[in-house]
Design a binder for this molecule. Sequence first.
Ligand SMILES: [Zn+2]
Length: 434
Amino acid sequence: MIETRIAESLGLLWLDGGLHGDLLSLCTLGGRLSGTQSERAAVDWLEKRLADASGQAVRRHPVAYAGWRSKRCTVERIGASRADLLQAQPLVGSHVTGARGATAEVVDLGRGTPEDFAAHAAALRGRIALVRHEYMFASGHVHRRRKMQMAMDHGAVGFLIGAHLPGIGPVAGSSGRAGGPGIPGAGISHESATLLADGARARIIIEAEEGAASADNLIAEIPGETDSWVVLSAHIDGHDLAASAMDNASGLAVVLAVTRALAPLVPHFRRGLRVALFNVEEWALTGSKAYVEGLSQADRDRIVLNVNLDSVAGSTKLSALTSGFAGVEAFLSQIAASCGMPIGLHRPLMVNSDHANFAAAGIPAFRLVAGFDQPGSNLRYVLTPADTADKIAATELKAAALFTAHAVARACTASDSRAASFRGTPADAARPPS
Ligand SMILES: [Zn+2]
């Protein structure tokens, strides 16, 4: 009986006219950088929309973080007789320089892998490290924060990251500093990186307002028949140089559609559905970290799975990053086969979205992402001014919603022994997926 009702609801999900409209509404509110009016407007809008979708009161969960608001960011190429101003975007939370800035010779590290840093180790002290942004949704990706840490470890006085594509302006991102020690860092365009790559001198000026701040996660709970839960999550915040459409208005719109579709059924499910919209994700996953840390061990034990949606449109190919949980992979393979939707699987834990904080606490968790290992897909525009709604096809959103709804409904209705299998075993996790 419940199987028939799930099938009916998921059939209707394909016709859900609100899905693409929600994406556009979120993009209209702007890039949602935490601490801005755009982010607060999105939280207000999502609170109401999630209450309507779930039929439940939405709880605001305040998260303290190191607030940071850019007042000035300039990067100049210093020539013998003139200084050329380059297009630049400060990395969120960057160390500030004061009005005089940091001036030094630029060392071009290419992509900025550990090998690149090792090869230039002797040249970096007192200089500015220049690396390149790279396609983020790929197995061999070296994260920007890791590159910045290597620059600091080698004594660099500044950090510049050039866009990987020409013609799109500078890249955005977080410094991951969270109010601690650091060096000034900024994203620049592909063309600016080329101008600086010949050993030029550069001046970075970053000024910002800093201080304690608070942003809200949003939580809604639809109880099932027992006190165990499936947590469906997506992050709210983004960057202010674009609409942050793929990353992550897509995930938010899909969470709302899945919640609308399943809300009437969840009271008949073994497990409840907890929807968690996390804030300050772009600031080193701060909102979900605070949330998971605030749960007791008993609360954590009652969560059988975290389904985290981050950048789920922009390509027709969906992948699940299964955080080392072999059992989650087996579960998702079965769903993909039963609903005829292929899914890519990548097992190593990738600390690139909120699922990582659940996984770190021992809670089975996966991230659904579009375009994994597809550097030619529209996901290449994430963190650039081109992350806009026109990069997303309505059918991509629907496919992500359908797969997610299947996964959530099956996890909510699985037997206890099936749900326990999500954790897999260390031996399973060490084995490559078949
Ligand atoms: Zn994201």
